[in-house]
Design a binder for this molecule. Structure first.
Ligand code: NAP
Length: 318
């Protein structure tokens, strides 16, 4: 029998992540009712058509009223404004969480608007696709993916436990870590790869017409995977870079130094260095497969002999 973890769940924002939570919660029966909030009337109407919740509103306070768990599922840069809007409506003992891809900035933005007696357990499900909006969500998005929790020091352990149980109920694995550690880890594993993808696809789009057409035609040679990542939502990713600035700039500086070393090796014909580097990186790939975070099917799971590709197989997970 499925265990109900919260009575009233409020989803503030109902795009890819909010709607995937709604689908997972409905499928697993882990919440009594779902209050759906979103900014625009047309998105709200679409959420209603998709039957994502039990009540619908464009007012964050109305959704949060009486909720046991309120999850902000909006772009990182909008977290402070939505917390300011729903903060006064929170009942004592309510738990507030979020799904933002950056944690330090979200905590700084949201915490000042939360009244005493309310628990704040920020979280980040590391699962996603390059699609956005309420139509993009699906119940299995979080299956076997990590959800990282970054509660500020002194957070009630029972509230942390509830949020962990909630995410495990959605199919995820959970781990608790400090917000600044999260932001550094994600800068290298997610934010920098997205920046590189946006940049390389941007470079290709600046090529002269004939060359650009050839790049698209022969894209399977590696470029194609960058185009998928670079198709990710521009609002979300603008906010990620603006709000994880320090960690991204630090990792970008390290990346640039390493790139310069490779550039030198190519220029001076240092094959040993290239071979050594490319051998070391294969071990990382093996490690990811060994812990089950990707498939060893060839060609990124797209070979006719491999299983059908699934969302989350490659990047796109903010
Ligand atoms: P999404 O599909 O674009 O949905 C965004 C939601 O936020 C919509 O309901 C939208 O409302 C609302 N919204 C947008 N701008 C807003 C604003 N300025 N004020 C208030 N509400 C606003 O986005 P998503 O992919 O679900 O991402 C949501 C959060 O999840 C982000 O913080 C992101 O960092 C995090 N995340 C994303 C991924 C991923 O791969 N996409 C993975 C993990 C975590 P309207 O449509 O009504 O305007």
């Amino acid at each position: 029998m499925t265990e109900k973890i919260v009575n009233r769940l409020a989803l503030i924002g109902i795009g890819l992540i909010g709607s995937s939570i709604a689908h997972a919660v409905r499928k697993k029966g882990i919440a009594g009712e779902i209050a759906v909030q979103t900014r625009r009337a047309e998105t709200l109407e679409r959420a209603r058509e998709l039957n994502l919740g039990d009540t619908y509103t464009t007012d964050p306070a109305e959704a949060a009223d009486g909720a046991d768990l309120v999850i902000a599922c909006v772009p990182v840069g909008a977290s402070g404004a939505v917390a300011e809007a729903f903060g006064p409506a929170l009942k004592p003992g309510a738990i507030v969480s979020d799904v933002g891809s950056v944690k330090g900035s979200v905590i700084a933005q949201m915490a000042p608007h939360l009244p005493g007696g309310v628990h704040f357990v920020p979280a980040h499900p590391i699962a996603g696709t390059e699609y956005s909006g309420p139509d993009a969500g699906f119940a299995e998005l979080f299956e076997n993916r990590w959800c990282l929790l970054t509660p500020p020091d002194g957070t009630d352990p029972a509230a942390i436990e509830t949020v962990e149980r909630f995410w495990r109920g959605c199919g995820a694995m959970t781990e608790v870590m400090a917000a600044d550690h999260h932001d550094m880890v994600l800068a290298i594993t997610s934010h920098l790869p997205h920046l590189i993808a946006y940049n390389i696809v941007g470079t290709a789009s600046h090529l002269e017409d004939v060359l650009a057409a050839q790049v698209i035609k022969f894209s399977a040679s590696g470029f194609r995977d960058f185009t998928r990542i670079a198709a990710s939502d521009p609002t979300m990713w603008r906010d990620v870079f603006l709000h994880n600035r320090d960690a991204v700039l630090e990792t970008l500086a390290m990346f640039t130094e390493d790139l310069t070393a490779l550039q030198r090796a190519i220029r001076y014909g240092d094959g040993d260095l290239l071979f050594k580097r490319f051998t070391e990186t294969r071990a990382i790939r093996r490690g990811i497969i060994e812990i089950g975070q990707d498939t060893e099917a060839p060609d990124f799971g797209r070979s006719p002999h491999a299983r059908a590709p699934q969302d989350g197989d490659t990047l796109g997970d903010g």
